[in-house]
Design a protein around this ligand. Structure first.
Ligand code: UT7
Length: 320
């Protein structure tokens, strides 16, 4: 027994930052950013807290699923950094929705939601949970070097959520890592005023070798699609909807090219939101679920790559 997706939600910051806005303080342009990435604009946190976005998206998903906070058996939150180290974002959400279920954060960078879905599957399969709330929340704007035009133009902030319940839905999943501490690296700064610390502080903010990430991403997403389809006994052409991580439209196109998939099956919203790390696939799912795109019984394939380096894919049959 596995899970099906019973409800979805999302919450985004109110502030929209266009490529032209960035060109006011960076040596860049809408033409360069759009042509190289497919991004036109992104949402950025200004006077809102990440906690509040996460709670909002969780509440929307719970309402969509018709589930109360007290009925949730496990809360998982995919994030690289919440507003506080403790309580975790998952515990902050639990407090807000009135849940005493186990709650913890999980960091698998942009693949975090897929990792959470596999953890939820394990809890449900072992009888430890029947209803799991999965939330993603990322404040990328607070982790970036805003003087580095090669990375800061790529990202946006946001939160998404889904409720999964015991039942038939998940058909197969694959998760993997190709450990590499240099290609994408985001050091933290906390604790550096310890009088005992003898390690020099690395500069805060994202350091990324874009070309290397690009190559990894295209290979990893292609490999994950092949593996997850093989595990489900399906061919890539049997999938009804592809929900790829929204990092770069060229990465999405290049990783799917060899499967000769009808492009209308590949869902994207990168133009409006950029790369929101773990949150990207959640907001994509919520947006197209709310539009009524998915029909009962259709097969959705999630695929993502990210810092770590992590990658993964999941196939879920739409059950609503
Ligand atoms: O979770 C991690 C997610 N990270 C990613 O997904 C990143 C994956 N990588 C990429 O998406 C691409 O490698 C980038 C979009 C980052 C870069 O695209 P590219 O086609 O690989 O460009 P490039 O790095 O080869 O740079 C080409 C030129 C360079 O100038 P020169 O050396 O040719 O004079 C860059 O300095 O573009 C320049 N450049 C920019 N120009 C205008 C780099 N960033 C910008 C910019 N605006 N924002």
């Amino acid at each position: 027994m596995s899970f099906f997706i019973a409800g979805t939600g999302s919450a985004l910051p109110g502030t929209v930052v266009t490529n032209d806005d960035l060109a006011k303080f960076l040596d860049t342009s809408d033409e360069w950013i759009y042509a190289r990435t497919g991004i036109r604009r992104r949402r950025v946190l200004t006077d809102e807290r990440l906690d509040d976005l996460a709670i909002r998206s969780a509440r929307i998903a719970l309402e969509d699923a018709g589930v109360s906070g007290g009925e949730v058996d496990l809360i998982l939150c995919a994030t690289m950094r919440g507003d506080t180290f403790t309580p975790s974002l998952a515990c902050t959400i639990a407090e807000a929705i009135g849940s005493t279920a186990p709650a913890f954060d999980l960091n698998a960078a942009c693949v975090g939601v897929l990792y959470c879905m596999e953890v939820a599957d394990s809890f449900i399969a072992s009888g430890k949970a029947e209803t799991v709330l999965i939330v993603s929340a990322e404040a990328m704007s607070k982790l970036l070097d805003w003087t580095d035009r090669a990375s800061c133009v790529l990202f946006g902030d946001g939160s998404g959520a889904m409720v999964v319940k015991k039942g038939e839905g998940r058909l197969a999943g694959v998760l993997s890592t190709k450990p590499d501490s240099r290609v994408i690296r985001m050091p933290n700064i906390e604790g550096m005023n310890s009088p005992y610390n003898k390690i020099a502080q690395e500069p805060l903010a994202m350091h990324m070798d874009g070309g290397e990430v690009y190559k990894f991403a295209v290979n990893a997403m292609g490999r994950c699609i092949e593996q997850v389809c093989a595990r489900a006994g399906l061919a890539p052409a049997d999938i009804d909807w592809y929900l790829p991580h929204q990092a770069n439209i060229r990465i999405i196109d290049a990783s799917l090219k060899k499967f000769r998939i009808d492009k209308s099956k590949v869902l994207t919203n990168i133009a409006d939101y950029g790369n929101m790390s773990a949150t990207s696939v959640m907001v994509l799912l919520d947006e197209f679920a709310k539009k009524g795109t998915f029909r009962k019984g259709e097969k959705l394939l999630f695929v993502a790559f990210g810092g770590g380096l992590t990658s993964g894919a999941l196939i879920v049959r739409w059950a609503r």
